[in-house]
Design a protein around this ligand. Structure first.
Ligand code: BV8
Length: 253
């Protein structure tokens, strides 16, 4: 990662009054959670996330889809926040202490940002830690142990099922959550895009919204993404290394 760019970005962040960060699967990779672009581990090698993460797949084979989600849920529970999650929580605290604004919009469903101490987290694609009744929409947090029946029956309505409270491909995002992320993106001075391939919309559009409203846009990723061609600065490297160095380069908070 280029030290000059790091200090440039740190200077911008140190002067910013409102910051937005969007994160994707890459920010959890160093916690041992596979990204969507990694080949899937063992049991799931033959499945494609974009085929499994759809209402049609759930309709067609609810047992396989819920088994996959319970497998991922247990992996998220067993994972720990990494230095990248912790650095974003520190950035939020530093800005809040100075009476400045910080909004974290995540595409991740693993709740590691919250476990790292982030307080204002917009879960654009829901959470794997909450499941909801297919008949009533009522939600619950399943026990932190493997589910025993697939698909899990809903306790809220006879004959109904429980599904993960995530947004599947082809499903609408929670509109009030996305609207809050859009508002923050329109108003921010600096927009950080961390660990996302920036291909899934409408989340991937937020960085464009920020840029169109004058924000300084920064991409933190190990490699090029769909947004690389036009961000103001790119910090190449694992977010678990880049983010702590960025916080350190900002100087005393
Ligand atoms: C919708 C939850 C309205 C479930 C997920 C234009 C406008 C609107 C919609 C569309 C559109 N064009 C197409 C669509 C449809 C679709 C879409 O975007 N499709 C894509 C494939 C083109 N969008 C939707 O369906 C959305 N709904 O628009 O509703 C509507 C309704 C009906 C009909 C039409 C429209 C809903 C999308 C949400 C889907 N749910 N997740 C679950 O988790 O199972 S998406 C899921 O995939 C993630 O949440 C995330 O959003 C996406 C994966 O992206 P990333 O997080 O970026 O992860 P990825 O693996 O791709 O990349 C990892 C990155 O990290 C890489 O860049 C890598 O280099 C980097 N990295 C790796 N290690 C590190 C690292 N970086 C730093 N450090 C490291 N250590």
């Amino acid at each position: 990662m280029d030290a000059g760019t790091l200090h440039l970005v740190a200077e911008r962040l140190a002067k910013a009054r409102r910051v937005v960060a969007i994160t994707g699967a890459g920010v959890s990779a160093e916690s041992g959670i596979r990204t969507f672009r990694d080949t899937m581990d063992g049991l799931w090698k033959e499945f494609d996330p974009q085929r499994l993460a759809t209402p049609e797949a759930f309709e067609r084979d609810p047992a396989t889809v819920t088994r996959w989600y319970d497998h991922r849920r247990l992996g998220c529970l067993a994972a720990d926040p990494n230095p990248g999650h912790l650095a974003l929580a520190r950035l939020e605290a530093r800005l809040a202490d100075a009476g400045l604004g910080f909004v974290l919009a995540t595409q991740n469903v693993d709740r590691l940002h919250q476990r790292a101490g982030s307080r204002r987290v917009l879960e654009l694609h829901g959470s794997i830690m909450e499941w909801r009744c297919t008949a009533t929409g009522r939600k619950l947090v399943p026990d932190p142990s493997p589910m025993t029946r697939f698909p899990p029956p809903s306790p809220f309505a006879e004959g109904a099922l429980l599904r993960p409270d995530v947004v599947w491909f082809g499903e609408l995002l929670p509109m009030e959550v996305f609207a809050a992320a859009e508002r923050a993106s329109r108003a921010c001075d600096v927009f950080l895009s961390v660990g996302t391939s920036s291909v899934v919309f409408p989340a991937a559009g937020l960085i464009r919204t920020a840029a169109a409203h004058g924000a300084y846009t920064v991409e933190i990723n190990r490699e090029e993404t769909a947004a690389s061609v036009w961000v103001d600065a790119a910090l190449r490297g694992p977010s678990g290394e880049v983010l702590p160095r960025l916080l350190a380069a900002m100087g005393p908070g």
